[in-house]
Write a protein that binds this ligand. Structure first.
Ligand SMILES: Nc1ncnc2c1ncn2[C@@H]1O[C@H](COP(=O)(O)OP(=O)(O)OP(=O)(O)O)[C@@H](O)[C@H]1O
Ligand SMILES: [Mg+2]
Length: 235
């Protein structure tokens, strides 16, 4: 089985006349080690899709399997642990803890996971690789946007998650930093055989991924290996 599989997933927000059909009949499979870009216009359902896959919200209908576990069948507590051990998140707005320095922000997910030992060597390796080692004692408000995003990526990688979910990770970055962040995600994907799903508005960046999934009005238009224009052959 694929590392990730969605079966007939639908997500409806709101009630009655306020209903929004954010996702409709989404079926997809992602293989271990794949780097998948998710593109689509604003409001098409991209963030909703990542939130459901990450177990941050429940689908209205359908099933999501990660590593052969149906995440909807897990209790709240099991889901929290499963998520912490298997899934990393990177958001556009960094979501760092302002009262923690760079090092402690990165170590945070491990600190939460009692019983897990903090691998300081790995944190140092990550911070060095991301060019953040010199900044390890700085606080988020002392860093540039690109630096903050790299801290957020280091934090998402610290548990070596099987699946990394990135919502516009380069949305606020200049083009040089974007290239840097993309390179980092790719090398991490290869090195740790990670599966990455990345939402992006940038078609050129999407083209550098293994596969592009195009989503429009809550439906997947194409999941082919090379990008197809809207209205192209469905898969
Ligand atoms: N919590 C919510 N309650 C009600 N409607 C929501 C909620 N979250 C999202 N929506 C609606 O669901 C649809 C899909 O939203 P979503 O955030 O997934 O889009 P998106 O593709 O990520 O857009 P963007 O590119 O602007 O980030 C939109 O119509 C949005 O207004
Ligand atoms: Mg979004």
């Amino acid at each position: 089985m694929s590392i990730l599989e969605l079966q007939n997933v639908r997500k409806i927000y709101g009630e009655k006349e306020n209903q929004v059909k954010a996702l409709q009949n989404v079926n997809m499979q992602v293989e271990e080690g794949e780097f998948v870009a998710i593109v689509g216009t604003s409001g098409s359902g991209k963030s909703t899709l990542l939130n459901l896959i990450g177990g941050l919200d429940n689908p209205t209908q359908g099933k999501i399997f990660i590593k052969n576990r149906e995440i909807g069948s897990l209790s709240r507590k099991e889901l929290t642990i499963f998520r912490r051990r298997n899934i990393g998140f990177v958001f556009q707005n960094y979501s760092l803890m302002p009262v923690l320095n760079v090092y402690d922000n990165v170590a945070l997910p491990i600190t939460f996971d009692r019983g897990k030992h903090i691998n300081h060597k790995y944190i140092e390796e990550l911070l060095r690789e991301l060019g953040l080692w010199e900044k390890r004692k700085k606080y988020p408000n002392e860093l540039s946007g690109g630096q903050q995003q790299r801290v957020a990526i280091a934090r998402a990688l610290v548990n070596k998650p099987a699946i990394l979910l990135c919502d516009e990770p380069t949305g606020n970055l200049d083009s040089a930093t974007t290239i840097e962040v993309m390179g980092l995600l790719k090398s991490s994907c290869r090195k740790y055989k990670q599966t990455i799903l990345m939402v992006t508005h940038n078609e050129a960046i999407a083209q550098t991924c293994d596969r592009v999934i195009h989503i429009e009005d809550g439906e997947i238009l194409t999941g082919k290996r090379s990008f197809q224009a809207k209205g192209g052959e469905q898969s």
